[in-house]
Design a protein around this ligand. Structure first.
Ligand SMILES: NC(=O)c1ccc[n+]([C@@H]2O[C@H](COP(=O)([O-])OP(=O)(O)OC[C@H]3O[C@@H](n4cnc5c(N)ncnc54)[C@H](OP(=O)(O)O)[C@@H]3O)[C@@H](O)[C@H]2O)c1
Length: 288
């Protein structure tokens, strides 16, 4: 008998979670604010609850996947969660996770916060992974249950750490996509079609550049490697002006790129001109 699971929220992601639990043989009770959402789950054996209270009463594992933290708060408040494991996979901040952890613990439940590193279509497949932090008891008890959704990555007992990892990865993703979108706007300004440019140049270029990341990380952890930087910051700062000037000349808003230029100039002014990109990271701390 697989662990009975409750899924609160049947948006695109909650539906994927419920479908995956059902496919893995977990008795799955679902609740959604708007009734009747995702009717395909009925044929898979989902049990529909009409209220959150009815939904959480059915089993020991409660998975929450709603839009934002305020929704989680209004949905969970007042429920009898005593003795249950509450796994909140709603996107949020570390502070929100810690706050929810405190409120869930206060009503006698174990709390795990989670950050889903997948889109709904990836849930249950090999590429999906999910950060968890919070109650080690809940994680140990339910690792096998949660593993059906994607590879579980437990990052610590502080409930805020899953959200920190999640937001770090999303920050990197949006920075990368922002740069790519700027590139597509630039070539589009000369009517160069996006698809062949992306396939022939953009994707191979970004893929090649990403291989620099481990070196940047090593510099951060161990200090700059000896010897001259292959692409020193003084050179990069000087060339960066061309990115801004060319964008403006092509009538493309340089707003996504400008802050990086300012950071490069600040790094050079602070004496890091001979170093590599790792030298920028400490300057991002607001107290730096
Ligand atoms: N989709 C993704 O690619 C993805 C990837 C990783 C993480 N996530 C995270 O997963 C969470 C859910 O995303 P989603 O894609 O499922 O979003 P979604 O399709 O927009 O669904 C939102 C869900 O939240 C519910 N909801 C909204 N406001 C509510 C309220 N005031 N009270 C109760 N329920 C409320 C909605 O219920 P109704 O049906 O009644 O509106 C629906 O079930 C988000 O935190 C998102 O950041 C999503």
């Amino acid at each position: 008998m697989k662990t009975p699971v409750t899924v609160l929220g049947l948006g695109a992601m909650g539906t994927a979670l419920a479908r995956t639990f059902l496919a893995a043989g977990h008795p799955t009770t679902v609740w959604n604010r708007t009734p009747g959402r995702s009717p395909e789950l009925d044929a898979l054996g989902a049990i529909r609850a009409t209220t959150p209270a009815e939904a959480v009463a059915t089993g020991p594992l409660v998975v929450v996947c709603l839009l934002v933290d305020a929704t989680v708060r209004s949905t969970l408040d007042g429920l009898d969660l005593s003795g249950k494991a509450v796994v909140n996979l709603t996107n949020g901040t570390p502070a929100q996770a810690r706050d929810t952890a405190g409120r869930v613990a206060a009503v006698g439940a174990e709390y795990l916060d989670g950050g889903i590193m997948a889109v709904p279509a990836m849930i249950g497949g090999p590429g999906a992974f999910i950060f968890y932090s919070g109650s080690p008891v809940a994680f140990e008890r339910h690792t096998a249950d949660l593993a059906v959704l994607g590879r579980p990555e437990y990052v610590g007992g502080d409930a805020g750490l899953a959200a920190l990892h999640d937001i770090a990865l999303l920050s990197a993703m949006y920075g990368m996509f922002g740069g790519a979108q700027h590139a597509l706007a630039l070539v589009g300004s000369e009517k160069i079609p996006a698809a062949p440019f992306t396939e022939a140049f953009l994707l191979p270029w970004l893929t090649a550049m990403l291989t620099a990341l481990p070196r940047i990380a090593k510099d951060l952890d161990e200090g700059p490697q000896s010897g001259p930087a292959g692409s020193n910051l003084a050179m990069q700062a000087a060339a960066y002006d061309n990115l801004i000037d060319a964008s403006v000349a092509q009538d493309i808003d340089p707003g996504l790129l400008s802050p990086m230029g300012e950071l490069l100039r600040r790094a050079v002014a602070a004496g890091h001109g001979t170093e590599d990109l790792a030298a920028l990271v400490p300057l991002l701390r607001r107290s730096a």
